[in-house]
Ligand binder design. Structure first.
Ligand SMILES: [Fe+2]
Length: 352
């Protein structure tokens, strides 16, 4: 079945991963109510889905959560990045929660009401358009920077500084956070026994850990209200966008920055994202940045919360040793807690 997106608000085709003909007919009815003549492409095998996702077109995918391959299908779809939005139809609450944990953009529990599915589809299509536009910006940025770097013969450090500048133009608050995180990361790496060269490399690479946020509107980054599940999932995609932006060659600092961008939201107990890596399978530098990131996020005011005092933050980090954070790094942090406080005062003075 050939699908053409004519640029209308509702695409001429969406994908349904299901083996239920009656469900396909209901979804097709809903879609045609939004756009007459629109079609639903239906399949229930991972190879079929893989072929659908191979095209670079953006798409909305609905997954029937009753299928045994529903979660492998969800994982496959999320690897395609923000151009694919997934609505997961879960048979029970447990699987709905699991779907959100695996970054489904939205989920509903069977039996669902037709109006609700229609409304969720429309919302996801709107987010999908924003996501695709912003991911395209990120891709263009990457292409542009690669060419600029090549033409000018820039070395890695200059390239990274240029990326950092772009992050600053996009959202100054996020860029300031990224720089502070880099300083804390350098301090923590040294405290954990890293060499001066390793700490310095980390300080150069770590400011780019959130570079993928250039693909996300500042209004969403700084939103005060509670985020919806779909908004949270889109925000989480900054790790994939960051990796995509920085994954442009074999230069060691860029490789390091790309790995940090991808893995800084992994958690030591394996409950993080995007890959659910645990323990030492998470690159050391990403484990360092994960702790530094939280330390700065909590000691700084945000639109939705005041700054926490340093003692409360230190206690929080210790409480999350072995779950969120690498216990060895928490020990190193505790041994050098005073140095963190001194650096925090210095950085908050510099930003004021
Ligand atoms: Fe992040």
């Amino acid at each position: 079945m050939k699908c053409l997106d004519t640029g209308s608000d509702v695409p001429s085709c969406i994908d349904l991963f299901s083996d239920d003909g009656a469900l396909a007919a209901r979804i097709a009815g809903l879609l045609r109510a939004l756009r007459p003549g629109a079609e639903v492409a239906v399949g229930h095998q991972l190879a079929w889905l893989s072929a659908r996702l191979a095209s670079t077109a953006s798409r909305l995918l609905i997954i029937d959560g009753r299928l045994p391959d529903a979660f492998p299908a969800l994982n496959q779809a999320k690897q395609a990045g923000p151009r694919v939005r997934v609505l997961f139809l879960a048979p029970d609450v447990h699987r709905m929660q699991q779907a959100f944990a695996c970054h489904a953009d939205d989920a509903l529990i069977f039996p669902w009401h037709a109006d609700e599915v229609g409304a969720r589809m429309q919302r996801l299509l709107a987010i999908r358009r924003e996501g695709v536009e912003e991911a395209q910006v990120a891709r263009q940025l990457k292409r542009g920077l690669t060419e600029i770097g090549r033409d000018l013969g820039l070395d890695e450090e200059h390239m990274l500084a240029r990326f950092d500048r772009i992050a600053y133009f996009h959202d100054a608050a996020t860029a300031a956070h990224e720089r502070r995180v880099a300083r804390y990361a350098g301090l923590l790496a040294r405290a954990a026994g890293g060499s001066a060269a390793e700490s310095l490399a980390l300080e150069h690479a770590a400011p780019l850990h959130d570079i993928g946020k250039v693909g996300i509107a500042p209004e969403l980054l700084n939103k005060r209200e509670k985020l919806s599940a779909a908004e949270r999932a889109f925000l989480c995609s900054h790790v994939d966008m960051g990796y995509e932006i920085l994954n442009i060659g074999t230069l060691p600092l860029l490789r390091l920055a790309a790995e940090i961008a991808r893995s800084h939201h992994e958690r030591f107990d394996g409950t993080g994202y995007p890959q659910g890596l645990c323990g030492e399978r998470i690159p050391f530098e990403a484990r360092v940045v994960a702790l530094a990131d939280v330390y700065d996020a909590l000691t700084s005011p945000r639109p939705y919360k005041p700054a926490w005092d340093a003692q409360t933050v230190a206690d929080f980090i210790r409480e999350n040793s072995g779950t969120h954070f690498d216990p060895h790094l928490v020990d190193a942090f505790t041994r050098h807690e005073e140095a963190f406080r001194t650096l925090q005062s210095e950085l908050s003075l510099a930003d004021s």
